[in-house]
Design a protein. Structure first.
Length: 151
């Protein structure tokens, strides 16, 4: 069995949901001291896709993929446990999500400290950096990768 997990919101078990929420809270709320409203009602939707890396029972890296009203796909809640940082897990999860996204438009709100990670995947800043519950972010977009157009 692989350490990479991919599950839609309607397939998440209670234990899996608890584990990924624990990682998210530990990174964003506790470590980064950003008391934001993590529970937004989107985690259990069938069109939400959760990706996490768990070499054991607990995830050490996580992200989710949401469908936006305009059809773009949004990568969000990207986090890596402190002892797993620098191992490339954020890139692995981003690559897995982008493989599912394919040639469609993708957006994300990157913490400014890691925006270069997303730039390597073709994301470009849109607008100016902003404060998101005490953490500097910038919106980034990767236009759909249109291939094979003739004309």
């Amino acid at each position: 069995m692989t350490d990479l997990h991919r599950v839609t919101g309607d397939q998440l078990t209670v234990a899996q949901l608890y584990a990924v929420l624990t990682l998210r809270v530990n990174v964003f709320v506790v470590e980064q001291r950003s008391p934001y409203p993590d529970l937004d009602g989107r985690d259990l939707r069938p069109d939400t896709v959760h990706y996490w890396w768990a070499p054991g029972d607990e995830p050490v890296a996580y992200l989710r993929l949401l469908t936006e009203p305009d059809g773009a796909l949004r990568i969000g809640r990207v986090c890596v446990a402190p002892d797993a940082r620098g191992t490339g897990l954020g890139s692995r999860l981003t690559a897995a999500a982008l493989a599912d996204i394919g040639d469609r438009d993708a957006v994300l709100d990157a913490q400014t400290a890691v925006r270069d990670l997303y730039a390597r995947f073709g994301f470009e800043p849109v607008g100016e950096p902003y404060d998101d519950f005490g953490v500097p972010h910038v919106m980034m977009r990767r236009p759909g990768q249109r291939v094979g157009r003739s004309g």
